[in-house]
Design a protein around this ligand. Structure first.
Ligand SMILES: [Zn+2]
Length: 225
């Protein structure tokens, strides 16, 4: 592997850890909420603009697996009741891990493509994803959250070394996108409706603005990368 192809996965992994650090360091709960909404808006857009097209292009039956993922996530969360949100969050983290592996595989397949714009896009793409991982793992202790964030970011360089047959990658990605979509949407609703959370001090408008700007940034980074 040449130096330029190694540069991307390493920079992206570092940006993801930096995103987690930015989230972890914001002690102000309002600021954390805005960051989490921004990150979730970003992640939802990534599922729609990046993962779904990746999983279903030249693979029409992938949509059936997307639907199966959506239904499984909804049923699982319903069945788990109160514990549903923590179960859903673990599922979302798994889905993001898979997304990172796929990003590594795509990088390896694309080969050398270093340009300052693409590199900036890659950083802007991974920062919010790091924030989402850290905010979704709020059931864990601080050290575990860090370990999880670092492990997940390492899946990008690992993905560049992985050879998974296309016939296996697309179905898995399709199912994961469906699940991830439901879980991220649910996490966003939980955040936006939080009864005893700082949400009450925050207007609907600022929450929507945070989600929308995350989604727009995702759209931009998908255009660049
Ligand atoms: Zn990504």
């Amino acid at each position: 592997m040449s130096n330029t192809t190694l540069l991307f996965p390493v920079v992206m992994a570092a940006a993801e850890i930096l995103g987690a650090a930015l989230f972890a360091r914001s002690a102000n709960p309002l600021q954390r909420l805005i960051l989490a909404c921004f990150g979730l808006g970003f992640a939802l857009s990534i599922v729609l603009l990046d993962m779904l097209p990746d999983a279903t292009t030249h693979y029409a039956s992938g949509w059936m697996l997307v639907a199966a993922g959506v239904i499984s996530a909804a049923v699982l969360m319903y069945a788990a009741g109160e514990r549903g949100s923590s179960l859903g969050r673990s599922g979302a983290i798994l889905g993001l891990g898979l997304h990172n592996l796929c990003e590594g595989m795509v990088l390896a397949a694309a080969g050398s493509m270093a340009s300052p714009l693409i590199l900036a896009g890659a950083v802007a793409h991974k920062l919010p994803e790091g924030m989402v991982v850290f905010s979704l793992s709020n059931a864990l202790g601080n050290a575990q959250r860090w370990a999880l964030s670092v492990m997940l970011s390492l899946l990008i360089p690992l993905g560049t070394q992985l050879v998974m047959p296309e016939s296996l990658r697309k179905p898995v990605l399709a199912f994961a996108s469906g699940m991830l979509f439901v879980v991220l949407l649910k996490s966003l609703l939980i955040l936006a409706q939080g009864e005893n959370s700082p949400t009450r001090q925050l207007s609907r408008r600022s929450i929507s603005a945070a989600v929308a700007s995350g989604a727009m940034l995702a759209g931009l980074t998908c255009l660049v990368i």
